[in-house]
Design a protein around this ligand. Structure first.
Ligand SMILES: C[S@@+](CC[C@H](N)C(=O)[O-])C[C@H]1O[C@@H](n2cnc3c(N)ncnc32)[C@H](O)[C@@H]1O
Length: 193
């Protein structure tokens, strides 16, 4: 998909949240948090037209799997039309419903969740719902990686996961905070589980 079609999708759907896809430089920076030398199961929230997805497919091993969770019908259709790879599954659903599309055996076995969805647009309850679903699908020591336009995720991430590290990528439109969060089994503030 070209930049103009991406922009047109943005105009019709405010949850697209960005006027152009993430730059290759920023994609590479976020993906330094992924170990491509090992087979992995990675779930991507909000792949859009595939800026990260392309890089993941190019670099992941034959034994790895990638599950794409995209809310926008236009983007999901584009991904289905352009990706022909047995390692990849595409679902046109909301990130908060991710547990519904994972096989029983994959729940709690996901190595990475990579997210570009605009958490800043969601109220606190919705942020918590998505983060708790994310924690449920990740394995112990699995990573939640998110690129976000501000530091607003710190509070709910601390509540649900109890840890995070961030770095800043200025040379992207928009500039992004990159979060790395480890699922280390820390109790969540709300449930105590
Ligand atoms: C900022 S764009 C990022 C697109 C692409 N990953 C990139 O980096 O260029 C956000 C994406 O998240 C999708 N999205 C927004 N809310 C979502 C949700 N609740 N569940 C799944 N996808 C969502 C949008 O449709 C859009 O594709």
């Amino acid at each position: 998909m070209g930049k103009i079609d991406f922009f047109k999708t943005f105009v019709k759907d405010k949850d697209v949240a960005s006027v152009i896809p993430t730059s290759r430089r920023c994609v590479k920076k976020v993906c330094t948090h992924i170990d491509f030398s090992e087979d992995f199961l990675l779930v991507e929230y909000g792949p859009g037209d595939g800026a990260f997805t392309k890089y993941l497919i190019e670099n992941m091993s034959e034994g790895s799997r990638l599950i794409l969770i995209e809310a926008n019908k236009n983007f999901a259709g584009h991904l289905r039309d352009t990706i022909d790879d047995p390692r990849v599954e595409i679902h046109n659903i909301l990130a908060g419903d991710v547990r519904d599309v994972l096989n029983e055996k994959d729940l709690g076995s996901v190595d990475y969740v990579l997210s570009g969805i605009p958490f800043s647009f969601f109220d606190m309850d919705r942020k918590r719902i998505i983060l708790k679903a994310t924690k449920d699908i990740l394995k112990q020591k699995g990573k939640f990686l998110a690129y976000q336009t501000s530091g607003h995720l710190k509070e709910p991430v601390m509540e649900v996961f109890g840890n995070y590290e961030t770095e800043f990528e200025m040379l992207n439109i928009p500039p992004y905070f990159i979060y790395e969060v480890i699922n280390n089994g820390t109790p969540t503030a709300e449930t105590g589980q």
